[in-house]
Ligand binder design. Structure first.
Ligand SMILES: NC(=O)c1ccc[n+]([C@@H]2O[C@H](COP(=O)([O-])OP(=O)(O)OC[C@H]3O[C@@H](n4cnc5c(N)ncnc54)[C@H](OP(=O)(O)O)[C@@H]3O)[C@@H](O)[C@H]2O)c1
Length: 247
């Protein structure tokens, strides 16, 4: 689908990769963008220039009432971008409790599931598209982000089933695999890091090319993905050496 004249909704639009999605959607001529955030005050900077295409939306993706309200208000959405994410950066065993693991599943797995279920009837009107921010850690596990990796693997599995189910209504579903990117979340991962712009450009290019698949975003991600394809167990062994205490 074309971004020009689309109506997009970006979760976690206030900072990081989400914020760059909003900027790039504006550049590519989106007609309207629902900029969703847990705290709409955190969007003040983004909307300060008064671009009338930006509509703020209070949205915690783990809150079923807010998700339902968003689907009622944003009933003209043609492109749903499930970007919001959370990483506790903890080990599976060494984490002090399972709170971080639960929150990761809530935000990274149940969030996109609940959003896509709520917006499926909205998207059916136009065919539309769903873009899910996944991770290279959907494919390999990083022990220093053990439970995050598991949540992103769940996100990949979900993305594939959603694609199959929404195929009947003509909804395109893109999953974005990316390595460390320069945001607050990415700051906890080793350098070098990709720019959010690289990730967002690749993802929106895939939407515009009518890709209905996972994509590997950016040159650095492609290098790691090639290593994964050539030797999945070898790459996992390398990742397995990154234990929580070495973070
Ligand atoms: N950065 C990387 O290295 C990297 C690599 C691959 C994939 N990703 C994925 O890309 C996406 C964006 O990551 P990022 O690097 O931009 O992360 P970030 O800088 O940590 O920003 C996370 C965003 O998600 C929002 N969020 C968290 N929990 C939420 C909830 N319950 N409801 C709604 N919004 C919520 C945050 O809002 P608040 O400000 O309210 O906390 C923030 O806007 C995530 O899905 C992440 O897993 C990131």
């Amino acid at each position: 689908m074309k971004i020009q004249n689309s109506v997009a909704l970006v979760t976690g639009a206030n900072r990081g990769i989400g914020r760059v999605y909003v900027q790039e959607l504006l550049n590519r001529g989106a007609a309207k963008i629902y900029v969703a955030a847990r705290d709409t005050a955190s969007l003040a900077d983004l909307v300060k220039d008064g671009d009338r295409r930006l509509v703020t939306l209070p949205l915690d993706v783990t809150d079923p009432d807010q998700v339902a309200a968003a689907a009622r208000v944003a009933s003209d959405v043609t492109l749903l971008i499930n970007n919001a994410g959370y990483a506790a950066f903890d080990g599976a065993i060494s984490a002090p409790s399972m709170d971080g693991a639960h929150r990761e599943m809530d935000v990274n797995y149940f969030g996109p599931l609940s959003m896509t279920r709520a917006f499926a009837p909205v998207l059916a009107k136009s065919g539309g598209a769903v873009l899910n921010m996944l991770s290279m850690l959907s494919l390999v596990s990083l022990p220093m982000a053990a439970t995050y990796s598991a949540s992103k693997a769940a996100g990949l599995s979900l993305t594939r089933s959603i694609r199959a189910e929404l195929g009947a209504q003509g909804t395109q579903v893109v999953g974005v695999l990316a390595v460390q990117t320069d945001t607050e979340m990415g700051a906890k991962l080793p350098e070098p890091r990709m720019t959010p712009r690289e990730v967002v450009s690749a993802a929106l290019n895939a939407i515009e090319a009518d890709t209905n698949d996972e994509i590997v975003a950016g040159a650095q991600s492609k290098g790691i993905y090639q290593a994964f394809v050539a030797d999945p167990k070898g790459l996992q062994a390398k990742m397995s050496s990154k234990l929580p205490q070495q973070a």
